[in-house]
Design a protein around this ligand. Structure first.
Ligand code: ATP
Ligand code: MG
Length: 347
């Protein structure tokens, strides 16, 4: 069996890169190959100008943090962080300085003498990061580093991790299956599926211009539609949905033939909801509110437009000087969007 295939990734020095994808797609395998814990049957792994395929783990000078950060429970924070240096036989004075510096990086100097069990989950995570940084690696690998933390702490640690990475300037590769985490932290996202890289690029590019339906669905939320192309110009296809509605979909050369089917998507934040008449030249649809799911800062309003799936409309709940009437289940509404927010999908 092949776990990953034809994976080719370039990581710029000093950047923060995320490997993102569903469970079992091969993220950990790629990380382990970079670290030297897994040997690729084909291809090469280069760090800087050096091919490291034949270099054993300990000579690659890579720092690693795994999901279960496995601190030694009977050792103090400082001894945990200094463990790698002691194994290498570094003299005590040098070790003390390096440990103090690493703990300073993660702002844990004050708890150096505590045992891991006397720390919070987030602090333990930072100890694991300090332990990975203490040998001044040229690359930091993180496998689901925040996976064990609850949501609030996780968000706090995301910010800390980003600030730390920027301060230290270390090239970092993080594995996550959390798309929001990848979007928040990364200079570049590498999306994997079934052992292959399916798209790589800066977060906003991957979000705005996902290459296929899998990515559009995996990163963020999307309203997917599919219908028959009844007419087309060079730039636009007129697509008829099964409920009879006509939608204008921007296309590129070669995309969408008349009488074939075309799939496209619109993000929930790009659909606008009103009770009045729709403007004519942009897209619009009539529908009936099924449900409004309130979640604090935003709500998702689900609108039935006579298709199997309701349309997801994102509403923000900011305080406004003139309160906007919130939609309720049963309301007749008009959905509209600008044409440029409709994205055709290549099958
Ligand atoms: N030691 C192994 N021997 C055989 N197959 C393995 C081994 N480790 C992983 N695999 C398989 O390789 C594929 C990729 O696994 P990998 O652990 O890289 O996925 P992942 O993306 O990290 O998933 P997750 O998000 O669940 O951690 C999976 O199909 C897995 O079952
Ligand atoms: Mg994994």
């Amino acid at each position: 069996m092949v776990a990953v295939q034809n994976v080719s990734i370039d990581i710029e020095r000093g950047s923060f890169v995320s490997l993102l994808g569903p469970s079992g797609c091969g993220k950990t395998t790629v990380l382990r190959a970079i670290a030297g814990l897994e040997r690729p049957d084909e291809g090469s792994i280069r760090i800087g100008d050096e091919v490291v395929n034949d270099l054993p783990v300990w000579q690659r000078n890579i720092g690693m943090v795994f999901q279960n950060y496995a601190l030694f429970p009977h050792m103090s924070v400082a001894d945990n962080v200094g463990f790698g240096l002691r194994v290498r036989g570094a003299p005590a004075s040098e070790r003390r300085m390096a440990v103090a510096e690493a703990l300073e990086m993660v702002r844990l100097g004050a708890v150096a003498e505590r045992l891991p069990k006397q720390l919070s989950g987030g602090q333990r995570q930072r100890v694991a990061i300090a332990r990975a940084l203490v040998t001044r690696p040229r690359l930091l690998l993180l496998d689901e580093p925040l996976g064990a933390l609850d949501r609030k702490l996780r968000e706090q640690m995301q910010l800390e991790l980003k600030l730390l990475q920027r301060r230290v300037g270390i090239t970092t590769v993080m594995v996550t299956h959390d798309q929001e985490e990848a979007l928040t932290l990364s200079d570049r996202i590498i999306v994997m599926n079934a052992g292959k890289v399916v798209q790589a690029g800066p977060p906003d590019e991957v979000y705005r211009d996902p290459r296929n339906a899998f990515i559009a669905d995996f990163i963020g939320t999307s309203n997917f539609f599919s219908g028959e192309v009844v007419d087309r110009t060079a730039e636009t296809a007129s697509v008829r949905l099964v409920n009879g509605a006509m939608i204008a979909v921007p296309i590129v050369a070669g995309q969408a033939e008349v009488d074939t089917s075309l799939s496209f998507f619109i993000r929930p934040e790009n659909v606008f909801l009103s009770s009045g008449k729709a403007s004519s030249d942009e897209g619009s649809l009539r529908g009936c509110v099924l449900h409004v799911a309130y979640s604090g800062a935003v709500s998702h309003c689900y609108v039935d437009i006579g298709l199997p799936q309701p349309v997801d409309v994102l509403l923000t709940n900011a305080n406004r000087s003139t309160p906007v009437q919130a939609p309720e289940a049963g309301d007749e509404v008009v959905l509209s969007w600008t044409r440029s927010s409709v994205t055709a999908l290549t099958p």
